[in-house]
Ligand binder design. Sequence first.
Ligand code: 5RP
Length: 230
Amino acid sequence: MPTQEELKALVGRAALAYVTPGTIIGVGTGSTVAHFIAGLGEMPVPVAGAVSSSERSSAALRDLGIPVLDANDVTRLEVYIDGADEIDRSGYMVKGGGAALTREKIVAALATRFVCIADGSKVVDVLGTTFPLPVEVIPMAANAIIRRFAAGLQGTNGTAELRRTSDGSVLVTDNGQHILDVRGLRITDPMAFECAVNDWPGVVTVGVFARQKADVCLVGTEAGVQTLSY
Ligand code: 5RP
């Protein structure tokens, strides 16, 4: 029985098949993407460059000699490769476990095709039920947003708390903002949920990816890579 890490490596490497050598691609963030980045470094004809969704991924790309471009200097990417915390049967996702959700949505929006790479544990029937939903917020709005989730308007009832680092300090994102993690949700209409929460004052981005959903998901299973297209 392969470990979760082995399944992440399997799909990370499988995603290389979606990369055209010599092009500029979008690269996400996380432990699954780390395997993909390692594979990029071994391509016989490398990519021309990457737009990355985090400082962490940018550093890993640069370490391999892959040029990192500013999103402002790119109009279109052929493909964006990233992981997910949850993905449902329609390709809608919860993302942001690595606190990179806002940049992930920005880079995903530049790409023609979103290829999600996930081990089988990430596939769910209903979003919000197995992984706390990350929401990036402007610090001064955090408590008001926590109260909005507690009030549960628009099907958004959940318990939100500020994400902290291992030393107990409040986590600060690459954008200088904070993350709320929301538990106890059942997101039955991801598109409506994303629009509603994104509209709350002080929300930078909600980690529901409905408008920027996956086009393809490579799922790592005991039987190998399963390819789901939406
Ligand atoms: C980072 C993300 C990641 O894609 C998500 O958390 C999955 O991470 P991992 O591949 O480490 O399981 O959204 O913000």
